[in-house]
Design a protein around this ligand. Structure first.
Ligand code: ADP
Length: 720
């Protein structure tokens, strides 16, 4: 029972801070006090020897004032105005002062009433200004008292104690009132936020749920297998969104209640990046956006931290980047900022080339349930505006702080720095996918034709395949390839670069297949891992697409798929469909992977791999020298073309530059080349000078780094 009553009490609006009720109860107190005091003084005046007339006049004024104010306070609520409060806050201390003058030595009893009255204004009305007004008038009156009444002149110590109380007590109450107001505002905000949460939650969850039940209903009525498949996958996608939204809501509530504790267990940063890539990459390529993850090669150790929350935050940030980027690329960088014997300071950043976020909104987006209007999100992208709020709180719990830098139309970068203890974990050779590959020479020898207009790429692929024991022929252009194919030489497999300059790979393949009875199977090589391109290439009759940089594992799988038992038997029978089916499984399974690369000018992991590929000692030296020359030539072409505003030539040269850079691990320069290829004309033209200067500088530094590597490897070779 008691509980029930207190519940009801809580639901009633408190009378405190309600002006009409406050004025009314003050009026009642005023009138009662006035009547009691006047009666008492009238009886005792002759004992104290006071002037009866003065007491009578003041008593009559006080009673009249109190009665009038009671009438005012009884006005209907809507007619009660704040000025009435200010008026009584001024008059009350003045009436008190009247008494303090006429009461002789008994006036000392009046002093506490000043404080009582001032605090009453503050606490009853909740209006601090009214209290300050009453306090100010009281103070002025008190200051005047010694000049008016002999008693106060003669008792300056009592007077001083009154002045101190009227200054100090309401002053202190004022401070407490501010805090009370703040607590009230916070409670109101919380309660509004909770209702908001409820409203939004039901709306946001109902949307996918509605979709799911519609699709399920249609599924029941549908007989055609293809349609059923589409509907079932709609149900799956929508339930995925629903699940993600529910997880967001639960995480947000756990975080805001302070119920989350970060684990501290050893983890591999590379593995976390793989997790992030696995969950973001397919969405990115479906939108035609490149996704790169770049890890500083100096970060070789395992670290201690909370793997779940770290990947959760990175997936959130990368997921947003994909949602709000229509063209270009997304780069997840993990950079070492500072190395200490027992810890790393690491910067995690996610950079996109998307729509960007207006400056004035950049604070707000970290608040729960904020979704900016105008940020065009793909249909059904999901999200209830909690991703950044969750990420921000999680990063803070990990000891960092989530920040953003963004410009409208230029993309956004979200980043945070974490100090992570280094963990000592024995190196597991299974961490390196290449190291578990069986030794070369175990596959049968195949006759392969490699067509690539980029000399560095061609050379690299040739070396890689020769090392595997295959017989490799190379061609530098589509025309040259057709010539070789026209010589009636037999090939088991063609590896065709898609972007061949003049005649592109798909045109080459179609020309070759037209008029050839049993054409050799072909794979395209491309750095452009977008779905659009991929499906376009598959339509040309190729077996599949290998994404550059091609890794040995994928190459082996592709060769096995195209030339292995099943495919060969089918080809012998002239059944092209069966060949494709035999190869399809492995080409579909072949991962579209972009390796983690560093932010330094050259990724040493790529160079190390190149060193492993080369059978001859001079291989890496020759390859890198060629690359340096290629880079220099392409850079000059771009700079000239930019100078003449010839954007087509600049982009073509950018394409060539990107190819060389990718194969030699020159990732920074590669990103610039990619940027050049994908940036809008107007922006390129406006920023020509800056872009040219950056390119010149990065190109020079990259060449310097590559030359340094050549010199170093020569020194090592000489040392042996
Ligand atoms: P949600 O993704 O569910 O909308 P978030 O809290 O993750 O919620 O993001 C809040 C808002 O911030 C988004 O709705 C969007 O307007 C903006 N935003 C977040 N990330 C980006 C980004 N990379 N580019 C542009 N806008 C972004």
């Amino acid at each position: 029972m008691a509980d029930e009553r207190s519940g009801n009490d809580l639901m009633e609006r408190p009378v405190i801070f309600d002006l009409p009720s406050a004025l009314r109860s003050q009026a009642v107190v005023r009138l009662s006090l006035a009547s009691v005091s006047i009666a008492a003084w009238l009886v005792t005046t002759h004992l104290l020897g006071l002037e009866r007339l003065a007491v009578l006049v003041l008593g009559a004024v006080h009673l009249g004032y109190a009665a009038a104010m009671l009438l005012v306070a009884r006005l209907p609520r809507q007619r009660v105005r704040p000025w009435m409060g200010y008026l009584t806050a001024t008059l009350d201390p003045l009436v008190l002062t009247g008494w303090a003058v006429v009461m002789g030595r008994a006036a000392v009893l009046i002093a506490p009433l000043y404080v009582f009255s001032a605090i009453g204004y503050g606490l009853r009305t909740g209006n601090k200004r009214m209290m300050v007004l009453s306090q100010g008038v009281s103070l002025l009156a008190l200051v005047a008292l010694p000049f008016i009444a002999a008693f106060w002149r003669e008792h300056l110590l009592i007077w001083a104690s009154c002045v101190i109380s009227i200054v100090a007590i309401p002053g202190y109450v004022g401070v407490l009132m501010d805090q009370l107001h703040q607590a009230i505002r916070f409670a109101e905000y919380e309660s509004r936020a909770k209702s908001d949460l409820l409203a939004r939650t039901s709306h946001e969850l109902r949307t996918p749920l509605g979709g799911i039940s519609n699709a399920a209903e249609l599924l029941l009525q549908e007989n055609e297998p293809e349609r059923r498949k589409t509907l079932a996958s709609t149900v799956l996608t929508l339930s995925g969104h629903l699940l993600a939204d529910i997880n967001d809501l639960l995480d947000q509530s756990k975080l805001s209640l302070g119920k989350v504790e970060m684990a501290a267990t050893p983890m591999s940063l590379r593995q976390q990046l793989d997790v992030v890539r696995a969950s973001v990459e397919s969405n990115a390529s479906a939108r035609g956006v490149a996704f790169l993850s770049v890890i500083d090669p100096r970060l070789s150790d395992h670290v201690v931290g909370d793997a779940h929350w770290l990947s959760r935050v990175l997936i959130n940030l990368c997921g947003n980047a994909v949602k709000f980027t229509e063209f270009g690329s997304i780069t997840l960088n993990v950079t070492l900022l500072q190395e200490q014997p027992d810890s790393y300071l690491i910067r995690f950043s996610v950079k996109d080339t998307g729509v960007g976020i207006p400056k004035q909104q950049q604070e707000r987006i970290f608040d729960p349930f904020v979704q900016l209007l105008g940020a065009r999100r793909p249909q059904g992208a999901g999200g209830v505006g909690l991703g950044l709020a969750i990420s921000k709180q999680a990063v803070e719990l990990m000891g960092g702080s989530l920040r953003v830098h963004s410009e409208i139309g230029m993309g956004s970068t979200f980043w945070f720095d974490l100090r992570m203890p280094r963990a000592v974990v024995p190196v597991d050779p299974r961490d390196d996918p290449e190291s578990v590959l069986p030794a070369a020479q175990t596959q049968p020898q195949r006759r392969l034709l490699v067509v690539d207009d980029n000399e560095t790429n061609r050379y690299l692929l040739q070396e890689l395949l020769r090392r595997e024991g295959h017989h490799v022929t190379t061609a530098a252009s589509g025309e040259q390839a057709l010539e070789i194919l026209g010589e009636a030489r037999v090939f088991d497999l063609l590896l065709l670069d898609y972007n061949l300059g003049g005649m592109d790979g798909s045109m080459l393949l179609q020309t070759y297949r037209f008029g050839t009875r049993k054409p050799a199977p072909a794979y395209f090589l491309t750095a452009d891992a977008t779905l659009v391109t991929t499906s376009k290439l598959r339509d040309t009759g190729a077996l599949g697409v290998l994404t550059k940089p091609v890794r040995l594992r994928e190459l082996r799988r592709a060769i096995e798929a195209a030339c292995g038992g099943g495919a060969q038997a089918a080809r012998a029978a002239g059944d092209e469909e069966a060949v494709r089916a035999a190869a399809a499984a492995s080409s579909a399974a072949s991962p579209v992977q972009l390796r983690p690369v560093p932010v330094v000018f050259v990724d040493m992991a790529v160079i190390d791999r190149l060193k492993q590929i080369g059978t001859r000692q001079l291989f890496v030296k020759e390859l890198l020298e060629r690359a340096v020359a290629d880079i220099e030539a392409s850079t000059l072409r771009i700079l000239d073309a930019l100078g003449e505003s010839d954007l087509k030539t600049a982009r073509d040269a950018g394409h060539a530059l990107k190819g060389v850079c990718m194969e030699t691990g020159a990732m920074r320069l590669m990103n610039m080349a990619l940027g050049l290829m994908r940036t809008e004309d107007a922006y390129l033209l406006d920023n020509r000078a800056r872009i040219a200067a950056e390119l010149r500088d990065t190109s020079a530094r990259t060449r310097e780094a590559l030359q340094g590597i050549v010199a170093e490897s020569m020194e090592q070779a000489a040392g042996f």
